[in-house]
Design a protein around this ligand. Structure first.
Ligand code: SAM
Length: 346
């Protein structure tokens, strides 16, 4: 069902790109190892001896091209600004070189029981880098479980207070276990971390104008998962209604995230689908609703410099009019990950 659906929609949306993305999606995915700064057992040398490199510090040497000519997309005529790149030196993610599909072995605990690295799709680090968390920031992760991106954000060691929320109670428990396996207890105290299980769509009724940075990593058709796993598949017949209403839910979550952001703060929308209906269309709808219903002006922040910086590691969809998208490729089988950054002007 998923493949039929993708063949129909993505061949129209992605044209000539679709056949090679399709092959990559049906092949084994590639992982990255997010190094755990808090572990005394970093395993870096062993991984480097195997040929792994930190894709983040490797990308930083690349010259930035001028991205200021990118066209305007915001609702209400705001301009699209190139983002100055300030990447946290504490986020490090090792990947095997292009074309090398070696698997990572499971991480080992150090003497305090903290694991040395967390395996994840390396492209899912990009939304966290793009969020640009700075010293003393308060951060809301609206759909946080199982916690991969929350862990990346905590690696920056800049977050003053993190609120990690997820509707699912069982997934929130998993998030707690992940954080306990990677972060010292002293950094998980109530004054630094709050874990909640609310429906994120009503966050605007709970807390408005409150966070410097908000991550809205929404539920989506999880394209790669839907092609490979039967368990709880969003394309199963029993979940047709839920699947069709995803863009509505995603727009409500993004709008709630916008309301939770302080004026002047940034909100980052991300998914792991290629679908333009769940990506660009959702951002456009939420930006419009924020302006029409709440009088909030937003500016789209261009992530072109980020895409240029990491173009050796990831394949990015060309000419996306809004946001950036990592597309799966056989030689670099990461993604799909879509990301779009918005700044609250009012
Ligand atoms: N950010 C997570 C990470 O990096 O590990 C992955 C998040 S996953 C893509 C989307 C999450 O949204 C799921 O864990 C799901 O339980 C949660 N979710 C679904 N509907 C929600 C809602 N209305 N409010 C908050 N979370 C929701």
């Amino acid at each position: 069902m998923a493949l039929q659906h993708f063949d129909a929609t993505y061949s129209a949306q992605l044209g000539a790109l679709w056949p090679s993305i399709r092959v990559a999606l049906l092949s084994e995915r590639k992982y990255g190892a997010l190094l755990n700064h808090f572990s005394h057992n970093l395993d870096v040398e062993e991984l480097q001896a195997q040929g792994c490199k930190d894709f983040i510090s490797n990308g930083e040497g690349k010259p930035e091209e001028d991205s200021s000519s990118v066209s305007t997309v915001t609702h209400g005529g705001g301009s699209r600004q190139p983002s100055p790149l300030r990447l946290s030196p504490n986020i490090r993610c090792l990947v095997f070189p292009r074309g090398d599909i070696t698997r990572f072995r499971p991480a080992r605990p150090d003497k305090f029981g903290l694991l040395s690295y967390y395996l994840l799709d390396a492209a899912s680090i990009l939304p966290c880098l793009a969020l640009d968390v700075q010293e003393s920031h308060t951060v809301l992760d609206l759909c946080a479980a199982p916690g991969g991106k929350a862990l990346v954000l905590l690696q920056t060691q800049s977050v003053r207070f993190l609120c990690a929320n997820d509707l699912s109670v069982s997934r929130t428990s998993r998030l707690k276990r992940v954080l306990q396996s990677y972060v010292p207890k002293a950094l998980l105290t109530d004054d630094k971390l709050r874990i909640t299980s609310f429906d994120g769509t009503i966050w605007g009724e709970i807390e408005r104008n409150a966070f410097d940075r908000v991550l809205v990593d929404v539920p989506c058709t999880t394209d790669r998962h839907s092609l490979m796993e039967d368990d709880n598949n969003i394309f199963s017949r029993s979940r047709v209604g839920e699947r069709r209403s995803l863009p509505q839910l995603q727009a409500e979550l993004l709008l709630a995230g916008i309301l939770a952001t302080c004026p002047g703060g940034d909100v980052l929308y991300s998914t792991c689908t290629l679908s333009a209906n769940q990506n660009q269309a959702v951002v456009q709808q939420a930006v419009q609703l924020a302006e029409e219903q709440h009088g909030i002006q937003l500016q789209v922040i261009s992530l072109c410099p980020l895409a240029q910086m990491f173009s050796n590691t990831f394949h990015f969809a060309p000419n996306l009019h809004l946001g950036e998208m990592v597309i799966p490729h056989l030689a670099a089988n990461f993604g799909p990950i879509y990301l779009c950054k918005l700044r609250r002007l009012t």
